[in-house]
Design a protein around this ligand. Sequence first.
Ligand code: C5P
Length: 238
Amino acid sequence: MKASDRIFVALDTVDVERAVALSEQLRGAIGGVKIGKEFFTACGPQGYRRVADVGMPVFLDLKFHDIPNTVAGAVRAALKLKPFMLNVHASGGAAMLRAAADAAAEAGDERPILLAVTVLTSLSAPDLAVMGIGTSLPQQVTRLATMARDCGLDGVVCSCAELMALRGACGPGFKLVVPGIRPSWSVIDDHKRTISPADAIALGADYLVIGRPITHADNPAEAAQRICDEIAGLADAG
Ligand code: C5P
């Protein structure tokens, strides 16, 4: 994989024209774009298609979480959009994860990479305790990730703090997709904990989700190229 293929840029906007313009500026410099709940709720499948038509792989970050039948239906509906990656919440349980994996498999050769979200990084250890979860946060993350792997999912979205443990627990082929990436030259924004692109790759990340350091840069393509240069060599071999 080329270094640039590992970078997915978060299009966190409700403005279709801005999302399309950014995608056009970044085409060739990054691996793909991420469309999340904000954009999809505002702009729908039509907006998604406008972005996808620019010609880059899309990570559809809708984090499905419902009963197995409903999640399977949502995954099937998402397949029509031909996303490169798609995700669900692991805490929906094993039956839900298997239903999602079975539905994704219906796409055959065009099956997207199916990821699980384990514990949201906005949750802390005390939050888990309030929810009645007695295990430690790292243990809960690892437990949900291995369950997702055993149910046929391809990987997880995880924080930089979890990279090493999950690479060890889930094996080399399991995809680790990491947000909260901040190059040394960019501002941290609202993240509590960040990691540089090079360190994330060195610790085993497969894909980096990066938003504002690229989308808010004066020259987004130049910022993306700078990040590619920082991970080139580390990232080319994987
Ligand atoms: O602009 P920034 O680089 O912070 O954007 C990160 C992206 O990753 C956002 O779309 C955010 O919703 C997403 N994210 C995530 N999981 C986290 C933290 C951020 O999916 N734990």
